[in-house]
Structures are given as C-alpha cells and as structure tokens.
Design a protein around this ligand. Structure first.
Ligand code: PGA
Length: 260
C-alpha cells in the first residue's frame, strides 16, 4: 500500500501567465517541503507543466502531474498530449476522467482507454468518479459502480499499484467563483462511499490487490475541512482545486493536512 497521504493540486485552467505559475509553484514547493508526511502533486495546465517540470526532479514529497492525457502514443492527433510526452517533462501522475472533462464530452470508453494507456506507460493515475446528484433509491451508487467498472476495464492487478481512485461528487465541487457556495461532503457520508468503492474493487480484483488502491476525495476541500475529510472520511488523500491557487490557501491547506 502506498503510505503517504496524497494531496493532488488541480490548478485547472489557472493561473493566466507563466510568471504567476512560477510564483505559485515556488510557494507551493516551500509549503510541500515542510509537509513531510504528505506527497504533494502539482497538476498545472500543459504549457506550465512543460516549463516548470523540465528541470524538476520528483521527490518523495513533491511531484508533477497532468490534468489529462491522450491514449495514443504519437501521431496525427492535433491538440492531444501523450503519456510519453508527459514523462519527458517529469510528470509522474495524471488525472483522468475529471467531471469537467466528462462534461465536455469525454465518455466512459475514452476515459478507460486513457487509464489503460497511462498505466501501461508507467504513470500514476488519479482516476476520477462522481455522481452529479443523489437520488433516494441508490441509483447513484449503481452509476458510480458502472463508472468504476468501465473505467478500469482491462486494468491488471499489478497495475493497481499505480492507481488512485478519487471520489468527487459533482455537487460538492466548488464553482471557483463564490466560496460561500462551496459545499463539501460530511465525514460520515464520505466514509460510507470509501467503503462502497473498496467493496467494488474487492469484487473486481482480489482483496489483497485492491488494498493497493487508495481512495481520495475531491470537492471543496480547504484548510478548514481537510482534517475532517481525512480523519472521518478515512480517505488516503485529496484532490484540491480552488484552494490550490494562492500561496495563502495552499500553505494553510498543506499545513492542516499534515498537522494532527
Ligand atoms: P475544488 O475542485 O477543490 O475547487 O472543489 C476539486 C476538483 O474539481 O478537482
């Protein structure tokens, strides 16, 4: 089992300039170096990943990840980026199946192709699942089960060592505009979801190999709620968007995440 709590920082389509990206990277690096019990993964947009990652050596406390990857290795695919290209700029992680990409039309099938290709190429995969809303009859659980089963089709037991599943209920993801609307899940409900996801993994793989897959949580995680999310939700880390974007919020977030 991967031991460190993983905090993946999803910058999404931010910041606007390379200069700002460098400043945010330097501030994040300082905070991450103090947070020794964590592995922090910075996931910038592709241009900044290339610029910042090129001379960067991943360590036990800090690594780089991409927000997406294409499933082919090279060729005539305008606008796409391959796993090999990501590795060449020192990215060791990739987020796949984020709800914001699914909302742009990415199907379960494409997500699966990307997961399989990225794992085969040796990247660590942060595979995202999440329902847009909850019904009273548990249909959302069936929806999540399908997302997991289709996303992991063809993934082998040894590859699970490089897989993370992030549960990101779409209703809990922040708008990025108005903090007051942010609505994270409560610790008890999150723990129920972790148990549910672990059960599906056990059914798909063996009990032993499914232990290799940490379940993470994403959705309005902040310095204020990250301890509840980790301690009560019993997740092995978080995917953080909005609060990864300023020196102040990311430092507070990482400090809370490792301070007990
Ligand atoms: P948020 O984003 O922390 O701003 O809710 C999380 C995500 O979408 O990965």
């Amino acid at each position: 089992m991967k031991k460190k709590t993983l905090i993946a920082l999803n910058w999404k389509m931010n910041p606007s300039t390379l200069k700002e990206a460098r400043a945010l990277f330097n501030d994040t690096k300082k905070a991450a170096q103090k947070a020794r019990g964590l592995e922090t993964v910075i996931c910038p947009p592709f241009p900044f990943l290339g610029a910042l990652g090129e001379k960067f050596k991943p360590s036990k406390t800090l690594s780089f990840g991409a927000q997406d990857v294409f499933y082919e290795q090279k060729g005539t695919f305008t606008g796409e980026v391959s796993a090999v290209q990501l590795k060449s700029v020192n990215a060791t992680y990739v987020i796949i199946g984020h709800s914001e990409r699914r909302a742009l039309g990415e199907s379960d099938e494409v997500v699966n192709q990307k997961v399989v290709a990225a794992l085969k190429a040796g990247l660590n995969v942060i595979f995202c699942i999440g329902e847009s809303n909850r019904d009273d009859h548990g249909e959302y659980l069936e929806f999540l089960k399908n997302q997991i089963e289709s996303g992991l089709t063809g993934v082998t037991r040894p590859q699970l060592k490089r897989l993370y599943i992030t549960y990101e209920p779409i209703w809990a993801i922040s708008s990025g505009k108005d903090d007051k609307d942010d609505d994270s899940i409560n610790g008890h409900d999150l723990h129920q979801m972790v148990i549910f996801i672990e059960k599906i993994l056990r059914e798909m793989y063996s009990a032993k190999s499914s232990l290799n897959v940490p379940v993470l949580y994403g959705g309005s995680v902040s310095a204020e709620n990250i301890r509840t999310v980790i301690d009560e939700g019993e997740v092995k880390g978080c995917l953080v968007g909005g609060k990864s974007l300023t020196a102040k919020t990311v430092t507070a977030l990482l400090t809370s995440a490792y301070t007990r």
